[in-house]
Design a protein around this ligand. Sequence first.
Ligand code: ARG
Length: 448
Amino acid sequence: MDAASTYTVSIHYDRRLYRQDIAGSIAHARMLARQRIITPEDRDAIVSGLEDIRGEIEAGSFPWRPELEDIHMNIERRLYDKIGDAAGRLHTARSRNDQVATDMRLYVKDAIDETLAEIDALRRALLDRARDGATVVMPGYTHLQRAQPVYFAHHLLAYFEMLGRDAERFRQARVRADVMPLGSGALAGVPYPIDRESVAEELGFAALSANSMDAVSDRDFLLDFHAAAAACAVHLSRMGEELALWSSDEFGFVRLSDEYTTGSSMMPQKRNPDFAELARGKTGRVIGNLVSLLTTLKGLPLTYNRDLQEDKEGFFDTFDTLLGSLRVMNGMYSSLEINAGRMRRAAESSHVLATDVADYLVAKGMPFREAHGVSARLSEYAAGSGRALSDLTLADYRLFSDLFEEDALTITVDSSIEARDVPGGTGSAQVRRAIEAAERALASDSND
Ligand code: ARG
């Protein structure tokens, strides 16, 4: 093939639609026969020919022909080779425009189901680790500065929530994908007495598209998929970033299993977090694919334009990439070694109790703003002599306010955490409740 003809070819990627394309054709042929648009003999020849072809594709013996450009023409021509003229009747009351839109929607629905199963599995892994980490204390951060002590479980459950929103976005995207374009023809509908409802039912679609012109040119259901995937990939990127930080010597909070680190060809001591980094790095292409489709759609006149063929590679890439990242994140978290001692020391050897000291003074009647200033000066004083708050004596405290009494010395990371006993807070009763709620959320999502 010369350059001009290879330019339009899509078979090297749209062959992934073969199952959806064949299912759509079989449902269409059966409906045509029910409506007496084709004979039962032609229907039988078409259906068994298409089933044969599916077998050939799955066995790897299908003779792909790039000069036929796409999956639809490859299958149609092969059907002709097998059953002759009856093959030509399959395309009655149908266009490749409503055909390809139907194939893509069928594919996206399955892709969403697979993605949801992986999100669920990752949430399960996080929840399991949250149980292990229910009493592990770590510093919580703002601005990447140690801020207040929290339970490690509380930190992990933050990701559980994020991924829950991702799942919700995918479920919503699935509802919008669940609409059948078939029957729209090239753009205006078809001049045959077709029965769209029965085809939708056979293919498992919940609704029929309401406007044929919209139906053949609409790729919003892909935008929804890309947008949900981009948000999810951003979350995985943030998780990857934290694993890379936490597994560094500087933090030392966790150790990634050997399976998820690689050595350096030069520096023998290295345990590089390549998988965590790629979960972060691959987010770039997922975001890129969203922008790419938005750009393709921008400025398209109604209705079908060949530009729409460009909807596929980015979609497949995003689907594959996201599944890979979800699985890797699950693997990393499931095999993660947690260094609880190191986490607790990072909390205790810092100034994460400064807020609690201010709250102590507030309880003794001092206005919060003033208490904030006292606590800041106290922390500075401790830091100046290389000490943590827990190293100070009551005399040290009283240099800054007479309101400090013996009980000021009982402010610890544990008392700080337990004091935050509000819904959504890190107190242990709340975290226990959050773990139970997470358990219920997983159970009800998987029953949907
Ligand atoms: N390969 C094409 C696509 O993916 C199929 C539809 C072609 N339709 C047409 N009118 N040329 O969009």
